[in-house]
Design a protein around this ligand. Structure first.
Ligand code: FES
Length: 309
């Protein structure tokens, strides 16, 4: 029980602090914005009906989630209302399992399922300990029922609130300024110009994405891949262009582009992929690169195209 209590308490407090310390968490123009996460989580989630209305109040929801996590973490570590904390931790983990890691297959690669089970085991163990203590107590020795909040409970509640405010405030103070990244805006929509007649060098039969002379280094273009998946086209240098699927290889959220780091960033669990290095995962919960998409230049039109197979 002590091991579970320490691990779950520290982890939940850390998760809440990490959210509040993330400069992008409450900023709608950032890849890690809570609203973007909710949108991605809702796709195919069994609790999408709950997530959709929450998206309208993304910032408030984000703050509430972080504060609740910190409160549960501190409360668990300090053994304040342990059963209530265990119940709250279990509900929070269950909600995250049904949304954030619902798409992770096999399920044991997603972390929230084991947290939900761990909180349940912790709560059941607490109940069992309480029952044993009651059984062991001599008859008539049971603590008398007291109504209202006694002094000790009042002090503990105060300590919990103070702890949450201190830790949450500290995390907010340590938060840096939002990066200049703009998840959607940094990926310009593909706007193919009408093909200008040029001497035909080699015609490629394919679906046009964008004119080559409109594609700039550091200004990737979003387009729809051959299988209908969201994709991004990059010009790495004057002579090199590449395209990748934007479906995250962790659990299928759509990655965005962070201009300040020149990385593709997943809003769901923060996997980052480097377009300059074959879209390899440079951090986060996956080591699988984003799939590459074949593109070619149609010299007859000057367009970058996805070749028809
Ligand atoms: S879906 Fe989990 S990091 Fe992308």
């Amino acid at each position: 029980l002590r091991v579970l209590r320490a691990f779950l308490g520290v982890t939940f407090a850390y998760a809440g602090v990490q959210k509040l310390a993330d400069p992008g968490y409450l900023s709608s123009s950032e890849p890690t914005f809570i609203g973007t996460q909710l949108k991605e989580f809702s796709t195919g989630s069994p609790i999408a009906w709950l997530l959709h209305p929450l998206m309208q109040h993304a910032v408030a929801v984000g703050v509430a989630v972080a504060v609740i996590e910190i409160a549960i973490g501190i409360g668990t570590l300090a053994a304040i209302a342990p059963l209530t904390m265990a119940f709250g931790g279990g509900i929070t983990s269950l909600a995250l399992w049904l949304s954030a890691t619902w798409h992770v297959h096999p399920y044991f690669l997603g972390s929230d399922s084991i947290y939900a089970v761990a909180w349940t085991a912790y709560a059941l163990s607490l109940l069992e300990v309480r029952r044993s203590q009651l059984r062991a107590a001599p008859p008539g020795d049971a603590a008398p029922f007291r109504s209202g909040i006694d002094r000790r409970a009042f002090l503990r509640s105060g300590a919990l609130v103070a702890g949450v405010m201190s830790l949450g405030g500290l995390a907010s103070l340590l938060r840096g300024r939002p990066r200049t990244g703009d998840l959607a805006g940094n990926l310009a929509a593909a706007a193919p110009r009408s093909a200008s007649p040029r001497p035909s060098v080699s015609a490629v039969d394919g679906k046009p994405i964008v004119a080559l002379d409109k594609l700039r280094v550091g200004r990737p273009v979003a387009f729809t891949g051959p299988s209908g998946e969201p994709a991004a086209l990059f010009r790495l240098s004057e002579s090199e262009i590449v395209a990748y699927s934007r479906i995250c290889t962790h659990a299928g959220c759509t990655v965005g582009y962070d201009r300040s780091s020149n990385l593709l960033v997943c809003p769901c669990h923060l996997a980052r992929f480097d377009p300059d290095r074959e879209a390899q995962a440079v951090s986060g919960p996956t080591s699988i690169p984003l799939p590459k998409i074949d593109v070619a230049i149609d010299d007859s039109t000057g367009m970058v195209v996805t070749p028809q197979s």
